[in-house]
Write a protein that binds this ligand. Structure first.
Ligand code: SF4
Length: 387
């Protein structure tokens, strides 16, 4: 508790802000006009917007959101498969966010699992995979679980499967994805498009409790960019920014762990063992981003008998044409556009009636900007771009 209070200390925040200014100024004198730092966790974006951290940054420091929302990047085809199966009598279990996630194409009159349920589809919202396991075992119904998430949630599927707890009637529709390959993809996209390059990575704290710091260190050294694994208090993020600016100033690469309260270099060895026992890494589609090599988890070995794609002969998403018309989520996810630069933001697309995937989850960049934009930076930028 005392440690948490430390992370809310106004005095410490002022000191860290002073450090951020100092290093930004030093970098400015070396000719840096913009120092773009990218986060890869929706919760980091939430903290940044909710606490107005962008307003505390010197004008050179630009904090941008990357592809860190699992709901946003789940391919439309996975949702479409789930809608169709639910309307054919297969019970679909999933989380609340995925329940509201709009597909690009309508399936038998429904664009989301929520709409499918309203049309009589068999859809059940659960808090965990274990809830679905218990319910499917009790009911004995033909069922699938629409499994979305990153490395953080993967053990929640792998452990029950490895321990033989999953009944035969429950299959997994895996949309599980791995974050470092997507981070690489988004960072390289800014370079390929000739945009201001990303100078540093704010790596996801939750994911890293499982993966450890090592994959971010590897990515950092490959891309020649510093990375800091950050916690989720506002001060965690400010300290991470200060560390990144210092590393840029000193020309250092590699990963530093700011979130030492929970993240180790090796990560959760047991959780990783279960993941590698049950899943294999595969090329996978990310909504709006296309197929990213080695970025997905598919069931492997004896666990393929739980694979919903095989069981129902479902097409594997290939990442093409995966956003609703007019939605700029693909650019928002890659940090290439701000939500307010989408003409549909808070017009045809709102948190209560999401049109695109970034407006659904509390981790979606558009939903975060919509919720906390009032009187904040989102409004300021909206005025600047004429909305
Ligand atoms: S505001 Fe809506 S339509 Fe526009 S990019 Fe965001 S989610 Fe997509």
């Amino acid at each position: 508790m005392r440690e948490l209070e430390l992370y809310r200390s106004h005095e410490l925040a002022e000191k860290v802000r002073g450090l951020i200014r100092k290093y930004a100024s030093a970098l400015r004198s070396r000719g840096f006009k913009i120092i773009k730092l990218m986060n890869f966790c929706g919760t980091h974006e939430w903290t940044t917007v909710h606490y107005g951290l962008r307003s505390l940054m010197p004008r050179e420091v630009e904090l941008v959101a990357g592809p860190g929302c699992p709901v946003c990047i789940t391919p439309s085809l996975c949702v479409e498969h789930a809608i169709r199966l639910s309307l054919e009598g297969v019970t679909v279990y999933t989380f609340g966010d995925a329940f509201r996630l709009p597909a690009t194409r309508e399936v038998r009159g429904a664009r989301s699992l929520r709409e499918a349920k309203a049309l009589g589809g068999s859809v059940r919202v659960v808090y965990s995979f274990m809830d679905a396991i218990r319910d499917a075992a009790k009911r004995g119904c033909e069922a699938i679980f629409l499994a979305i998430g990153f490395e953080t949630t993967a053990p929640g599927y792998a452990i029950p499967l490895a321990r033989g707890l999953v009944p035969k009637n429950l299959k997994l529709l895996s949309a599980l994805r791995l974050t470092p390959p997507a981070a690489r993809h988004a960072i390289l996209a800014t370079v390929e498009r000739g945009l201001e390059p990303v100078r540093g990575i704010i790596a996801p704290g939750h994911v890293s409790t499982v993966t450890g710091a090592e994959p971010w260190d590897r990515l950092s050294r490959e891309l020649r960019l510093p990375a800091v694994i950050s916690g989720f208090e506002p001060l965690d993020l400010m300290i991470s920014v200060a560390i990144l600016l210092r590393m840029i100033y000193l020309g250092r690469v590699g990963a530093e762990v700011e979130y030492r309260r929970l993240v180790t270099w090796e990560g959760n060895v047991l959780a990783k063992k279960f993941i590698s026992e049950v899943f294999q890494v595969s090329d996978a589609a990310w909504r709006g981003l296309g197929v990213i090599p080695d970025s997905g988890l598919e069931l492997a070995g004896p666990y393929v008998k739980y694979d919903a794609y095989r069981e129902y002969g479902l097409e594997i998403p290939d990442g093409r044409e995966d956003m609703p018309s007019g939605c700029r989520c693909a650019d928002v996810i890659m940090g290439l556009a701000k939500p307010v630069e989408c003409p549909l933001f808070m017009r045809a697309c709102t948190p209560s009636r999401p049109y695109g995937p970034c407006m659904v989850s509390s981790e979606g960049t558009c939903a975060i900007w919509a919720r906390f934009g009032g009187g904040g930076l989102a409004d300021k930028v909206a005025r600047e771009v004429g909305l």
